[in-house]
Write a protein that binds this ligand. Structure first.
Ligand code: AMP
Length: 121
């Protein structure tokens, strides 16, 4: 079944698109978690990272190079940013069309909450 992101590719629903080529599309996240929050997706419908096939490697590589290009255009490349791909329930994936989050524009802190260190006595 097509996800909401396939509908964005097909222009059936609107999105604030910032980049498109033959392999990928990039658009602003509808509920940004940071001053810059852009989603970069392959045009092929790939549900999750578990479903990536060898033929998808060009699109996945393109997603990272386009992410870096957009980061530069958004003025966040030098300070830095984070590229995130969530997978399935434990990864917190909500939309089942593979996508990479480009987030930045502020310090993002540690990637994961780290377990508290035991105090030595
Ligand atoms: P994930 O939890 O990794 O599956 O992330 C899904 C992301 O898609 C969330 O950050 C949502 O805010 C975003 N999102 C959902 N629907 C739309 C939409 N129509 N346009 C733009 N972003 C969306």
């Amino acid at each position: 079944m097509s996800s909401i992101f396939s509908k964005i590719i097909a222009r059936e629903i609107p999105a604030d698109i910032v980049y498109e080529d033959d392999l990928v599309l990039a658009f602003h996240d509808i509920a940004p978690s940071a001053p810059v929050h852009i989603l970069i997706i392959p045009k092929r419908e790939i549900a999750t990272a578990n479903d990536v096939e060898p033929d998808d490697e060009a699109a996945l590589g393109r997603m990272i190079s386009v992410g870096a290009q957009i980061a530069a255009e958004q003025g966040i490349a030098a300070d830095g940013y984070r590229l995130i791909i969530n997978c399935n329930e434990h990864g917190g994936q909500e939309v089942f069309h593979l996508h990479m989050h480009l987030v930045g524009g502020r310090s993002l802190g540690p990637m994961l909450t780290r377990p508290k260190k035991r105090r030595s006595t």
